[in-house]
Design a protein around this ligand. Structure first.
Ligand code: GLC
Ligand code: CA
Length: 529
């Protein structure tokens, strides 16, 4: 495989609202991202993925797009985007942006036209249906954020479908004009120089042509967010989707060296279909399974083996540990295991995606009710689904608003922000931030880590052990997922390169390595062995 940037590099996701505010309104902006580029270079990531910055009523914080070809004034203007992109490229960083083609905002001119009258040329750009024969919504499809996925339009006497909020009507991807319009938007950004797209909820783009009812979820236990009551058999992941993805890929391929990534939450056997039958699908569908697998050595080992085995030939693996929709990794696992998770993420085979703030070990944050913003969290408060805790501002220093803003931020900072911030952690060689920097540097320096093969190593319970290797180097990764110290025998002698606890660098290892509780290490085998 040639060393393509999106194969060997590390992606870093930025939620623009929460990275850096530069005009004192408590909300991050594109200029803020630009001003922090040197930090990202220092950290050692390669690719920035920006969550949406398009004009939006912000009902779903930018995932409700009212204009695909512009920047919301809250975040700046197109000139800020261009400057950010240019300066990122000057530093060797790539930028991929979020494409949200499944739905628009209800304030998008396309939807305003579509809902204007049944005979409007844009009527068919969205999913309009008559009531069910007995009255009520056309079928049982649910909104991901709770309640029916159908909203009644009094003026034109039909329902429209929305997989998310009613302010996020779904586009009709069976309409060729819709496809062409989104392709043109992609070209608009590709011509501007973006390096690729992360496509939002790509598996939802096309729905069953007969709009059949979704079946009940056999695993439903009578409690949980509304969306989990049914299996999304007919409203998502339809066979026709792959042709649509193939078309998106052809748009991308007309520009040199760009990447197409998709958000797909599916079991591995279904996930791998998104690479396309002939490398004509996504460059990769995000692999979220580290987020969903119990944090045990056996379960994670089995996951890695299963995923590797399911990948099509030459398909690029990838791993994700956090994003703006998921509980923060340090909240889920605690800091000691979050360090192990970082070592895992950055030593597995394939492209890692790191989420801003995880390098600081930001954990769970209790957000008072009057400060909660996530529409899903507010609509289904009983199920603790709020995504706000994963979206709090980046913490840069120990000043009042952590260097994020001069104003009270849109979401609160962590209680420990005076200590848990870039400036403080940077000066501590053993901090979780220094660990991330060291891991990223090692991964970049060491070809076996960023481009080599991977095979499991035998190890006792609690230890996740594998080897990354190429024809020149063997690297052993040993992760203690438990709290007890243990000895792990090694297939070769070597030298310790990095411990999650930040010490022990250069220890020479003979026969076996002693791991402390919650410790992970990376060892390079001696050249002779
Ligand atoms: C994706 C986004 C999420 C958003 C949803 C609707 O899952 O990651 O934040 O709410 O799509 O656009
Ligand atoms: Ca701002």
């Amino acid at each position: 495989m040639p060393e393509t940037w999106w194969r060997s590099g590390v992606i870093y996701q930025i939620y623009p609202r929460s990275f850096q505010d530069t005009n004192g309104d408590g909300v991050g902006d594109l200029e803020g991202v630009r001003q922090r580029l040197d930090y990202l270079v220092w950290l050692g990531v390669d690719v920035l993925w920006l969550s949406p910055f398009y004009p939006s009523p912000m009902k779903d914080f930018g995932y409700d797009v009212a204009d695909y070809g512009n920047v919301d004034p809250l975040f700046g203007g197109l000139e800020d985007f261009d400057r950010l992109l240019t300066e990122a490229h000057e530093r060797g960083l790539r930028i991929i942006i979020d494409l949200v083609p499944n739905h628009t905002s209800d304030q998008h001119p396309w939807f305003l036209a579509s809902r204007h009258s049944r005979s409007d040329p844009k009527r068919d750009w969205y999913l309009w249906r008559d009531p069910a024969p007995g009255g009520g919504p056309p079928n049982n499809w649910l909104s991901h954020f709770g309640g029916s996925g159908w909203t009644w339009d009094e003026a034109t006497q039909q329902y429209y479908y929305h997989a998310f909020l009613r302010e996020q009507p779904d586009l009709n991807w069976r309409n060729p004009q819709v496809r062409a319009a989104i392709h043109e938007i992609m070209r608009f950004w590709l011509r501007r120089g973006v390096d690729g797209f992360r496509v939002d909820v790509i598996s939802h783009l096309i729905k069953d042509d007969l709009f059949r009812d979704n079946p009940p979820n056999p695993d439903w236990r009578g409690h949980g967010p509304d969306i989990t009551r049914l299996t999304q058999l007919y409203s998502a992941n339809r066979p026709e989707l792959h042709e649509i993805i193939g078309e998106l890929r052809r748009v991308i391929d007309a520009f040199p060296d760009r990447v197409l990534i998709g958000e797909v939450y599916l079991p591995i056997d279904q996930l791998v279909a998104y690479y396309g039958a002939q490398n004509d699908g996504l460059h990769f569908p995000f692999n979220f399974h580290l987020l969903q697998t119990p944090w045990r050595a056996d379960a994670l080992g089995a996951l890695i083996t299963r995923y590797e085995a399911a990948l099509p030939l030459d398909a690029q693996p990838n791993w994700v540990l956090g994003n703006h929709d998921q509980r923060r990794v340090a909240g889920r696992l605690g800091e000691a295991q979050a360090r192990i998770a970082a070592m895992l993420l950055l030593t597995l085979r394939g492209t890692p995606t790191l989420y801003y703030g995880d390098e600081l070990g930001i954990g769970d944050i209790i957000i008072p009710e009057d400060r909660q913003r996530d529409p899903w969290g507010r609509r289904e408060a009983a199920f603790n689904v709020s995504r706000d805790p994963a979206r709090t501002p980046m913490q840069w220093n120990d000043t009042i608003y952590a260097g994020f803003s001069t104003h009270e931020p849109w979401l609160p900072l962590t209680a420990d922000h005076a200590l848990r911030n870039v400036a403080t952690l940077r000066s501590d060689a053993h901090s979780i931030l220094s660990l991330h920097k060291n891991l990223l540097a090692l991964r970049r320096r060491c070809k076996a880590l960023h481009s080599g093969d991977c095979r499991p190593l035998d190890a006792q319970e609690q230890i996740l052990a594998y080897e990354r290797y190429d024809d020149r180097e063997r690297i052993f990764i040993l992760l203690n997922l438990g709290a007890d110290p243990t000895h792990v025998p090694l297939p070769a002698d070597g030298r310790l390169l990095l411990s999650t606890q930040g010490d022990r660098t250069n220890d020479s290892i003979e026969g076996a390595v002693r791991l402390r509780g919650d410790e992970g290490v990376i060892i390079t085998a001696s050249p002779s062995s």
